[in-house]
Design a protein around this ligand. Structure first.
Ligand SMILES: C[S@@+](CC[C@H](N)C(=O)[O-])C[C@H]1O[C@@H](n2cnc3c(N)ncnc32)[C@H](O)[C@@H]1O
Length: 275
């Protein structure tokens, strides 16, 4: 997927070196890294692990044995799922550097036997029909234009009754938004849609909608705290998303947080069930 513009936007082939030096700064020994230690760098969505916990809190994921993580990035959510719920997780992501780094991180935390991260397109996942109990997708749909097709693919892969938990940045207003953003260098790779569009596409693909939750207030608090912490410190924290995104993170996060404060977008959860 090397020549795909979305994969190029995310590509960073120094991920492991950067994370290792961050861990060292934080005083974490490379031989005893935990899933918790990696949380600040490996959950690339608004609010990080706190947001993941909120998304999954009432979904009984402890009963789900096979879980699909769509657009898994470097696999933070996959590791959290495998670790917390004792599940087997398959992650799919377009960005080969993320997959390579993610599989190494799985080894660091001894989860490589329960997590398989693969490079591929979420619209065409190489797994059998009805092979998963649940699927998660965190901050990925903004990069995928044809959501009806994407959700039809997810419906194919889930067993009847399977849960699909989405946490995406959704459009609140059609006013112009400034780039770059964390998920897109420019508008050619950003496909924001309102929550109603997601719901229509999900229902059309054979899901019922169980719940939708706007996380705008949570996101505003998250960014306020982040900017306050930045003001009162000399530099970024030892372990954080800057290790994954690089120096452009400042401008991307400023544009994104401004769009949230201006009411243009809102990180939103949708819980859907395969009929
Ligand atoms: C903002 S990151 C979120 C990563 C991860 N879900 C997380 O929360 O840490 C978006 C991810 O979606 C992936 N992605 C975008 N379009 C994709 C597609 N069509 N198929 C698979 N992955 C895709 C990108 O490569 C990137 O890793």
């Amino acid at each position: 997927m090397a020549d795909n513009p979305v994969a190029s936007h995310y590509s960073n082939n120094q991920i492991l070196e950067s994370i290792l030096s961050g861990l060292k700064k934080a005083g974490v020994d490379a031989g005893s890294v935990s899933v918790e230690d990696l949380g600040p760098v490996d959950e690339f969505h608004t609010g990080g692990r706190l947001a993941t916990e909120h998304l999954l809190k009432d979904l009984h994921f402890d009963t789900h044995k096979q879980i699909l993580d769509i657009g898994c990035g470097i696999g933070g959510t996959s590791r959290f799922l495998a670790h917390k719920f004792d599940a087997t997780v398959t992650g799919i992501d377009l960005t080969s550097e993320y997959i390579a780094a993610g599989n190494t991180l799985n080894q660091w935390v001894s989860l490589e036997k329960r997590i398989n991260l693969q490079c591929g397109d979420a619209n065409n996942i190489p797994s059998d029909n009805a092979s998963f109990d649940a699927a998660v997708m965190l901050h990925v749909g903004m990069n995928i234009e044809d959501k009806a097709r994407l959700f039809t693919e997810v419906a194919r892969l889930l067993r009847t009754g399977g849960t699909f938990a989405i946490y995406d940045v959704m459009q609140k207003s059609e006013s112009e938004i400034n780039f770059p953003l964390p998920w897109a260098s420019d508008e050619s790779m950003s496909f924001l849609e309102p929550v109603e569009h997601y719901k229509r596409c999900l229902e059309g693909a054979g899901f019922s909608i169980e719940n939708t939750v706007g996380r705008g207030e949570f996101a505003e608090n998250f960014f306020q705290k982040m900017f306050e912490a930045a003001k009162s410190s000399d530099g970024p924290p030892a372990i954080g998303l800057h290790l994954l995104v690089g120096p452009s993170i400042k401008e991307k996060m400023q544009n994104f947080s401004q769009a949230i404060f201006d009411g243009l977008v809102e990180p939103t959860e949708i819980i859907a069930r395969k009929l």
